[in-house]
Design a protein around this ligand. Structure first.
Ligand code: 1GP
Length: 244
């Protein structure tokens, strides 16, 4: 696998676990305890961002996360307003499943000068939204169509095009809280053709399902919603164990 920079798997693990923190689903007073637990239970990195406009103070929240954890904090911004210098890096996302020029180049042009000034490490990422059975907020906000889950050759062609353009990661996204997460069949087909790391997220609810995705070839698994909803205090540890 090529250099993954900030995204690193632990020794002896087949995949890395990324915890998505939505800036509007956490209050500053909760950050310290939550990030401590996530980190202690085996999270390898944090993604931070939302597909919706954010009301909370992202700069203060990001600083608090960083001050209280040792794992990388990587921005996963829904828009250029969610960019803050208080992070280690940024997923520089291109929504290549869609055909909206704003998400193919316009936002990038706006963000590039201040991303450079902030000194964030840039992770150029081909972002593919895969249909999940309902209209996700990424679809609504980006005004793009997801790729049909049944047309696997088309999904593979998009991932390959992203790699050939020069993107360093491919991210298969079913959408936050997706009813149907990305399938192991799609992951295996994409993984067989690309050589950059494969990130998978959206609607992953159980460590068992995460394990099937890792077995299919996912290099990094992203979980968000399930951590908010679960009463299991060991949920992150269980997800982390399923990365082995
Ligand atoms: C969404 O891939 C992430 O962008 C995580 O989704 O919140 O459904 O885990 P969930």
């Amino acid at each position: 696998m090529k250099d993954t920079g900030l995204l690193i798997k632990k020794e002896g693990y087949r995949a890395g676990l990324i915890v998505l923190i939505d800036p509007d689903k956490i209050e500053i007073g909760e950050v310290k305890d939550k990030v401590n637990i996530y980190q202690k239970q085996g999270a390898d990195a944090f993604f931070f961002g939302s597909s919706q406009p954010v009301k909370n103070n992202i700069h203060a929240l990001a600083k608090e996360i960083r001050d209280n954890s040792k794992i990388p904090l990587i921005l996963f911004p829904g828009s250029s307003e969610q960019v803050t210098p208080n992070a280690d890096g940024i997923l520089f996302i291109t929504l290549i499943s869609g055909r909206n020029p704003d998400y193919l180049i316009e936002h990038h042009v706006k963000a590039a000068p201040f991303v450079k000034k902030m000194g964030l490490k840039v992770l150029p990422t081909a972002y593919l939204l895969i249909e999940c059975g309902y209209r996700t907020s990424v679809e609504r906000v980006s005004r793009t169509q997801p790729l049909p889950a049944s047309n696997i050759p088309n999904i593979v062609a998009h991932a390959l095009a992203g790699e050939m353009i020069g993107m360093r990661f491919v991210y298969l996204e079913a959408g936050s809280g997706a009813k149907n997460p990305v399938s192991p069949e799609i992951i295996a087909a994409v993984k067989a053709e690309i050589s950059v790391p494969l990130i998978v997220g959206g609607g992953i609810r159980t460590p068992e399902y995460a394990k099937t995705l890792v077995e299919a070839g996912a290099d990094f698994i992203v979980v968000g919603n399930v951590l908010e909803r679960s009463d299991d205090k060991d949920i992150v540890r269980k997800f982390s164990e399923s990365m082995k």
